[in-house]
Design a protein around this ligand. Structure first.
Ligand SMILES: Nc1ncnc2c1ncn2[C@@H]1O[C@H](COP(=O)(O)O)[C@@H](OP(=O)(O)O)[C@H]1O
Ligand SMILES: [Mg+2]
Ligand SMILES: [Mg+2]
Ligand SMILES: [Mg+2]
Length: 376
């Protein structure tokens, strides 16, 4: 694999792989009471907290000066209630079980990264809270989504463990672990060969590796360099969110019809969509905003955006503006996401603009009818 940020790649890959083994274990044993509802009504599980504890512990040992912008914080685990005590104990047990495994030297893991020992509650809650950095434009920082697609995770669908390195607000390295994505193709859901790791390095391509650390030789055999194929507009299919609350799926259908797209959309939770797109599935990822004023989070798009760019794609918001990762924890005034191969990206943006203009006219028409009825 490519030379820049080689140590960062090794550390990030080790951290994401261990977090993925944790989430897979939890999914098989998740019990009632191990999921909380956050202030924004979204779910968070013991696996989200524990995966953030694992990855932040590894990053903090390997790169003690690097800030981390992570989705979760430990506030809900620190309150002195019986529920919180039980949740905290479970998170600590899960994270320590994974961190305590000896470094796998054939996979380049090292004890100095915090591996091979248990850390206990204080250190692990502290590690989770290392993710509270505010973000910004200057310097090096990591952004982490310990489980992207928590709703997919709870359903047994797609989810992803997502980590990216930003330098001066530019994504230089992106790692996405997808424990439930078929290793060979994103279309054959019946295969047992599940799990894939995606690594993108700016200027050095998008790669798929086995999720389990195998020998050097197996790694090389199973390594795939990813390219998005050239597809005509009518041969595209849209990759989109499963959740109606996250993206305007009806508007997507109108955009697809306008472009002459024949295939049904592929609905998938999480940044597994970016991975599927980079390895040739679909051709377009379209995420149009529904919730008024919702600001996209940097950890929801940073690694996926680089994966798509390195596989030959272009990514922007729905107005065609580049995503700005330097504004803090959110993408600020970037609304929605359009990711597609270079040749079709501009046409998709134009179709989105035309459909949104049509919808605005229809809405205005409906509102004027209501106004006329109320003020005859
Ligand atoms: N109203 C909204 N609009 C867009 N995205 C939203 C949203 N509410 C939550 N999300 C984000 O959507 C992510 C999942 O993406 P997708 O819809 O592509 O599966 C969630 O990540 P988490 O599951 O990490 O919280 C969350 O950050
Ligand atoms: Mg969440
Ligand atoms: Mg997310
Ligand atoms: Mg998440």
């Amino acid at each position: 694999m490519a030379a820049p940020f080689l140590l960062e790649q090794q550390v990030a890959i080790a951290a994401v792989r261990r977090a993925c083994s944790l989430t897979t274990t939890v999914f098989n044993k998740l019990v009632v009471g191990e999921t909380l509802v956050k202030g924004d009504k979204s779910p968070v599980t013991v696996a989200d907290f524990a995966a953030q504890a694992v990855i932040n512990t590894v990053l903090s040992h390997a790169f003690p000066d690097d800030p981390i912008v992570g989705e979760e914080d430990a506030a809900d685990l620190r309150t002195a209630t019986p529920e919180s005590d039980a949740l905290r104990a479970r998170v600590v047990e899960l994270a320590d079980d994974v961190l305590a495994q000896l470094p796998r030297e054939h996979a380049g893991e090292r004890a100095e990264w915090g591996l091979g020992r248990r850390w206990g509650s204080d250190a692990l809650l502290g590690a989770i809270d290392r993710g509270c950095h505010v973000g910004g434009r200057a310097g090096r920082m990591w952004t982490l989504d310990p489980i992207d697609g928590t709703k997919g995770f709870l359903r047994g669908g797609q989810y992803a463990v997502c980590l990216a390195l930003l330098v001066d607000a530019r994504v230089e390295l992106g790692i996405i672990g997808c424990p439930n994505l078929p290793a060979d193709t994103d279309t054959d859901a019946t295969t047992d060969d599940k799990g894939a790791l995606f690594v993108a390095v700016r200027g050095h391509g998008a790669h798929q590796l086995p999720l389990e650390p195998s020998t050097q030789q197996q790694q090389q055999q199973q390594h795939r360099l990813l390219h998005m194929p050239r597809l005509a507009l009518h041969d595209l299919s849209f990759l989109e969110s499963v959740e109606k609350a996250h993206a305007a799926l009806d508007t997507n259908a109108r955009v697809a019809a306008r472009l002459g797209v024949r295939a049904a959309p592929v609905r998938m939770d999480s940044q597994a969509k970016y991975a599927a797109l980079a390895r040739g599935g679909g051709g377009v990822y379209l995420r149009l905003p529904v919730a008024h004023g919702y600001q996209e989070k940097i950890w929801d798009h940073a690694p996926g955006s680089l994966l798509v760019e390195e596989a030959g794609g272009v990514i922007s918001d729905y107005r065609g503006r580049p995503l700005d990762f330097g504004l803090g924890r959110t993408l600020g005034e970037n609304f929605g996401v359009v990711a597609a191969r270079k040749e079709v990206h501009a046409e998709v943006i134009a179709a989105v603009g035309a459909v949104l203009a049509e919808e605005a006219v229809e809405k205005e028409g409906e509102e004027s009818v209501v106004r006329a009825m109320m003020n005859p």
